[in-house]
Design a protein around this ligand. Structure first.
Ligand code: F6P
Length: 328
């Protein structure tokens, strides 16, 4: 049922992701186009609690489409997990008569939005914004594509030096409990192996694979280590492998937070624009407690509850077998 919302606010929360600014721009301008008063909340849920909520117009979001990070800033807000924090947040929204909320973020953001929406009956729509790509109901989350491109660029550079020195590199990538970044970048960079949180590759299997490469005169090898895999960080794994496989000189690179920064790719600019536009249209159409996502090439709504169900999110496991075969 169509809703007569007057005032809509948008916030970004959790880890920043490239494309968030494109999404903020789309939310603000779509709302204004439909005659709504638009607000930006600074620093995620912390800004709701602190009443750091500012009016925004079409010009507040000029020239941000290409920028990484988030102009609204972001935070991981512990106070919002408490009843007192949520109550204050609700009071501040009520005071400004804000009747619709768009939250851009990952699983922590959606968990907060779900509790908040259920308790205070707020109209809330989530936009999947995280480089981890670990939400169900969207093939891609905002920032994932840019992060992949950033990692690939870095690995290409490491490959140059690895090859020149005949070295074995362990490269650690982000993703928390999700191996999505690791898996896609492994394919795109021709990595010899990849260690994921979702699938177990034993160190024995890894060493067998590296030995096979060395025996067929591979000059360098690259192993991508997803930070959430069960054998630990890249330094630990490199140490364990080195003990049993001395063929190469071994080096470690932790890519870290550079994976979250940078100008969004064309894909993420378009995705951010589509999702922001769809989020406001969904609110106006009377939807709430839903996430807007990209499914195939269409925008689809998924309940926040289903979006958070990691059993529904699919790792592209065919890529794992393919990486193994293509890197012989
Ligand atoms: O969720 C995004 C993410 O970049 C994860 O990949 C990573 O584990 C985490 O955030 C790092 O968080 P922080 O910036 O708080 O250290």
């Amino acid at each position: 049922m169509k809703q007569d919302l007057k005032n809509i606010a948008v916030l970004t929360s959790g880890g920043d992701a490239p494309g968030m600014n494109a999404c903020i721009r789309a939310v603000i301008r779509t709302g204004i186009y439909h005659g709504k008063n638009m607000f930006g909340v600074m620093q995620g849920y912390q800004g709701l609690i602190d009443n750091n909520i500012i009016p925004m117009d079409a010009r507040s979001v000029s020239n941000i489409l290409h920028m990484g990070g988030t102009i609204l800033k972001t935070a991981r807000c512990l106070a919002f997990k408490e009843e007192a924090g949520m109550e204050l947040a609700f009071k501040n929204l009520q005071e400004k008569e804000i009747d619709g909320l768009v939250v851009i973020g990952g699983d922590g953001t959606f968990t907060g939005a779900k509790r908040f929406g259920e308790k205070y009956n707020i109209n809330v729509i989530g936009v999947p914004g995280t480089i981890d790509n670990d939400l169900s109901g969207s093939d891609f989350t905002l920032g994932y594509d840019t992060a992949i491109n950033t990692v690939i660029e870095a690995i290409d550079k490491i490959r140059d030096t690895a090859d020149s020195h005949d070295r074995l590199f362990f490269i650690e990538v982000m993703g928390r409990d999700s191996g999505c970044i690791a898996l896609r970048t492994a394919v795109a960079s021709g990595a010899e192996a990849v260690l994921l949180p979702e699938r177990e590759t034993s160190l024995k299997e890894l060493i067998t694979k590296l030995k096979a490469g060395a025996s067929t005169k591979k000059s360098s090898s690259i192993v991508i280590v997803s930070e959430g895999n069960k054998y630990g960080g890249a330094y630990d794994i490199a140490k364990s492998v080195k003990r049993k496989f001395t063929h190469y000189d071994t080096k470690v690179t932790i890519l870290g937070h550079l994976q979250r920064g940078g100008s969004p790719s064309g894909f993420d600019r378009i995705l951010g624009s589509r999702l922001g536009y769809a989020a406001v249209n969904a609110l106006i159409a009377g939807e709430s407690m839903q996430m807007v996502g990209l499914y195939g090439n269409a925008i689809k709504l998924t309940s926040l509850e289903d979006a958070l169900n990691t059993h529904n999110y699919k790792l592209e496991s065919d890529l794992l077998e393919m990486t193994h075969v293509l890197s012989i």
